[in-house]
Design a protein around this ligand. Structure first.
Ligand SMILES: Cc1cc2nc3c(=O)[nH]c(=O)nc-3n(C[C@H](O)[C@H](O)[C@H](O)COP(=O)(O)OP(=O)(O)OC[C@H]3O[C@@H](n4cnc5c(N)ncnc54)[C@H](O)[C@@H]3O)c2cc1C
Length: 479
């Protein structure tokens, strides 16, 4: 059954995750920053109940013979992939932050195919276990975050060569009833507010690295898990300010944490890969395929829509919106945004069944990587033009609180007014500040993998031999 936002909030009362933020332990449902994650998740639940978003946010599941939230769906067609990307676009437009169920959704899709393959090739029962777990998630409409990124220590050393093996999540012990895992995952979007987290290896593993080849599901706040939240100037600002004066009052920043696994027990029924190094590369590659399509060409396009809207408003508020160079810059912003969106749509429409015979669909890898790369590069340009058109006030303006200050209110009203009143300019200026002088440039660059990873993938996928043959033919060179 689909949950409402209010039901989701109620359901989180029974979890008591061990969360630290700014050097102190905090309560999930009491802290102003952790509550932004809860509100964002609640909004995603509510979107699924809105008639106009039904097609994007929900889908029929033959696992449960019921309509389920698309965040828990395994894609069965190119049309499904397209809707998945549309969901990423919609949630970003509405929230201006993460759909914190996004990484979890893409991991579920990767695990579905890989466990199907393992059962066929190795005679394991991972896919059966996975299917049972998926049904449990769907029947209870649980929010599921996704944990891929290990701390990794020295990046040029393999997991087994690290001074401290805990910098990669690994199996510490195998028992009759399950496994004990140790290590950490970093930059975990919204894990504090999820019911469950799906965990997979951060990269392909080689023979000899069996202990690091592990995928599993773990409930929020399981014994041995500690969440250490990010702390940024935006966290401090939220602690100090009335949220109404912040650039995204309800949903805030993209909140992540370090998720520490200090000897966490995982029962066998929640383990979906355990030592099969050969399948780790496929798992991460399939996760990356869907995630780059969604994160790159859809989610960040939703953010871009907000940035473009705020920039156009600011141009109108300052009276410059008809100046040719402003029109040109806004047009360039739209071009960046729509190019990334086109790559994502193409990745979905060119999606294929993978593995063949499984009935599961994956997007086209070339277009997915192109979507992520286009947005990673393009986001800096979006921020450049928003900063240009917003003017210096996007970073120099006073607090909107001054408008209520009898000593300064009149000055601020008088000097911050342009074609629109000071209040509107300060409010939209804060939105621009939130995007352009904040966390989103680096966040967009690294989220779904640093661009070098996509460049390597694109170079590998590009059929250079075919291109060389074309060039030779046109030049009249002998083969
Ligand atoms: C806002 C945000 C949200 C995120 N949410 C999630 C989430 O929900 N779940 C999740 O699992 N992850 C999440 N991530 C993590 C994200 O996937 C990683 O940031 C990304 O994969 C890069 O890894 P890293 O941060 O460790 O960077 P690093 O590995 O430290 O990369 C830094 C630089 O080193 C280079 N580099 C790294 N390794 C090598 C090497 N071996 N050889 C040469 N150069 C190298 C990189 O190309 C890059 O230039 C999120 C990240 C961000 C920013």
């Amino acid at each position: 059954m689909l949950m409402s936002g209010a039901q989701y909030m109620e359901s989180m009362k029974k979890y008591n995750p061990r969360i630290f933020l700014g050097g102190q332990q905090v309560k999930l449902l009491e802290n102003p920053t952790t509550m932004t994650v809860i509100r964002a998740n609640a909004a995603v639940y509510d979107l699924a109940l809105e008639q106009q978003h039904k097609d994007v946010m929900t889908v029929y599941s033959d696992y449960t013979d019921a309509v389920v939230n698309r965040n828990l769906h395994i894609a069965r067609s190119a049309a499904d992939l397209e809707k998945r990307a549309e969901m990423a676009l919609l949630t970003s437009q509405v929230l201006g932050t993460c759909n914190y169920r996004c990484v979890g959704a893409d991991i579920l899709n990767a695990i579905a195919g890989v466990t199907w393959e393992m059962d066929r090739e190795l005679g394991t029962d991972y896919h059966q276990r996975f299917t049972k777990h998926l049904k449990y998630l769907q029947e209870n409409d649980l929010a599921c975050s996704g944990a891929v990124t290990d701390p990794k220590g020295d990046r040029l050393k393999r997991p087994g060569q690290q001074e401290d093996p805990d910098v990669y999540v690994h199996i510490k012990e195998k028992r009759a009833d399950g496994i004990v895992v140790r290590g950490a995952k970093v930059s975990q979007s919204g894990a504090i507010g999820a019911h469950e987290t799906m965990v997979i290896p951060t990269m392909g593993m080689k023979p000899g690295e069996e202990d690091f080849a592990v995928a599993f599901a773990v409930p929020n706040g399981a014994e041995g898990i500690t969440y250490i939240s990010q702390y940024t100037p935006f966290t401090a600002e939220r602690e100090l300010n009335d949220p109404k004066y912040l650039g995204n009052p309800q949903y805030g920043q993209r909140e992540t944490c370090i998720m520490v696994f200090d000897d966490v027990f995982i029962p066998w029924e929640k383990v979906f890969l355990c030592g099969e190094t050969k399948y780790c590369g496929k798992l991460i590659a399939r996760f990356a395929k869907t995630h780059r399509m969604n994160c790159g060409g859809a989610c960040k396009v939703g953010f871009a829509d907000i940035i473009i809207g705020a920039t156009q408003l600011m141009a109108e508020y300052s009276g410059v919106h008809k100046a040719p160079h402003i029109v040109d810059k806004i047009t360039d912003m739209v071009r960046i945004c729509e190019t990334a969106r086109a790559c994502s749509v193409a990745a979905a429409l060119k999606g294929r069944e993978e593995p063949v015979g499984s009935g599961f669909y994956q997007p086209d890898d070339v277009f997915g990587n192109a979507a992520k790369l286009t947005v990673a590069e393009g986001f800096w340009d979006l921020m450049k033009w928003a900063g240009d058109i917003g003017g210096g006030m996007a970073v120099t303006m006073p607090s909107e609180k001054e408008l209520d200050n009898p000593e300064t209110g009149e000055y601020v009203r008088k000097f911050m007014k342009a074609s629109a009143p000071a209040e509107a300019r300060l409010r939209i200026g804060k939105v621009i500040q939130n995007w352009c002088a904040g966390l989103h440039g680096a966040g967009t660059w690294h989220g779904a993998g640093s661009p070098m990873a996509q460049k390597m993938a694109l170079y590998h996928l590009a059929n250079l031999d075919e291109k060389k043959a074309l060039a030779k033919k046109i030049a009249g060179l002998e083969e």
